[in-house]
Design a protein around this ligand. Structure first.
Ligand SMILES: [Zn+2]
Length: 379
């Protein structure tokens, strides 16, 4: 019986490791090794961020920051050449997740509802390219490469049969391709050093919430997570077991969570020399945070502390994005950006306020601009 249990545990571990949720740490370490200038710049980031936050105590956003995106679809097989609709679905997910207008806000445990943040960051497909010419913000490149690894960023260059980036000071470059080896995605973390491989790479099976998107990573949260890194967020467990994510309102947690744990999922960062035991009871890990490794359907928040760190990163290292814009009246793009609105409350069909996890039930989301949306969380 015991042997059977061990066997079961081993096969479960194999299952969970078959897909590699995020390559950003490994990518950052590779860049640090390759570019000494980056190692120096990256070492200063946390200090510079703390300083910026201290100098901007109110941290008040005057306007919503809208980041122009170019999506480079680098495809070998027809299925890798994902549809425009799949790309639009990803932009919509990003806007909902970063503005906290995602349908599953209701699944955030009540103890963390108060710190769950509207990041006041939006995304739009670029409407002008770097030469000022009208564009869809979608760049399709056919390749003979059957997959791209992470090392050396081959997908980011025409020379290695990928696609060259657009000016990284003014665009968020997202490459969508077959990353091979079960890797879902990776991103570059910001610093004062101009990074030639700046951007985000997402596997074509984990992009958007339609088309080739595959369960359980089929709700567009791989890009939400990786863009979190691109805006300077760390994993909740920092750089190693029980590490520091440099954000004060996320609980300390031992390591990553997979699948979708029940709440609370308590983990321990116990110092054997102290008593009592130091675990993170009663609330446990914030496994539903976008910067954990759980299934897409399990994730639903960034915190206020994470928002501050992202806004700081844009102001310090990506400030040209603040002044770039997507609006171009001469183009004919479907407007999928959402308006500036805040969620007031969620009610059921009988008008009762709902604040608990609810699935497969129609609910009405009431916003402060007077609009109401009917939504159903399907898991
Ligand atoms: Zn990550």
């Amino acid at each position: 019986m015991k042997n059977l249990f061990i066997l079961l545990l081993a096969s479960l571990t194999l299952l969970s490791n078959a897909q590699n949720r995020c390559g950003t740490e490994a990518h950052t370490l590779e860049l640090i090794e390759k570019y000494p200038e980056y190692a120096i710049a990256k070492a200063k980031v946390n200090y510079q961020t703390e300083k910026w936050i201290q100098n901007h105590p109110t941290n008040s956003q005057k306007t919503i920051i809208t980041i122009p995106v170019v999506v480079h679809v680098v495809w070998n097989t027809n299925s890798e050449n994902i549809s425009d609709a799949q790309i639009f679905s990803q932009i919509e997910v990003l806007n909902n997740d970063f503005r906290r207008t995602n349908v599953d806000v209701i699944n955030t445990p009540s103890v963390w509802q108060g710190i769950a943040a509207d990041s006041e960051i939006e995304f739009c497909l670029a409407q002008t390219d770097q030469n000022g010419i009208a564009t869809t913000g979608i760049d399709r490149v056919q390749t003979t490469q059957t997959s791209f690894g992470m090392s050396g960023d081959p997908v980011m260059s025409v020379a290695s049969e990928g696609a060259d980036p657009w000016d990284q000071d003014y665009y968020l470059n997202i490459w969508v391709c077959d990353l091979g080896s079960g890797l879902l995605g990776y991103a570059s973390q910001p610093s004062s050093w101009p990074n030639p491989s700046d951007g985000v790479v997402i596997g074509y099976k984990y992009f958007g919430n339609t088309g080739t998107a595959q369960s359980p990573y089929h709700k567009g949260r791989t890009a939400t997570h990786e863009i979190g890194h691109w805006l300077n967020l760390e994993h909740l467990w920092g750089w190693g077991s029980c590490g520091n994510d440099q954000v004060s309102d996320t609980p300390k947690q031992e390591t990553e969570n997979y699948s979708c744990p029940g709440f609370p999922a308590i983990s321990s960062c116990d110092d054997p020399l102290t008593t009592p035991i130091e675990d993170n009871a009663p609330n446990g890990d914030m496994f539903m945070n976008y910067m954990d490794y759980t299934n897409d359907a399990c994730m639903n928040l960034f915190t206020a502390g994470q928002k501050t760190r992202m806004i700081s990163a844009i102001n310090q290292y990506r400030s040209n994005l603040i002044y770039n814009t997507c609006s171009n009246p001469t183009t004919n793009i479907i407007d999928i950006s959402i308006t500036n609105k805040k969620l007031v409350k969620i009610v059921d069909v009988l008008g009762r306020t709902i604040s608990d996890k609810t699935t497969n039930t129609p609910l009405f989301y009431i916003y402060n601009n007077g609009t109401v949306e009917k939504k159903i969380i399907i898991e």
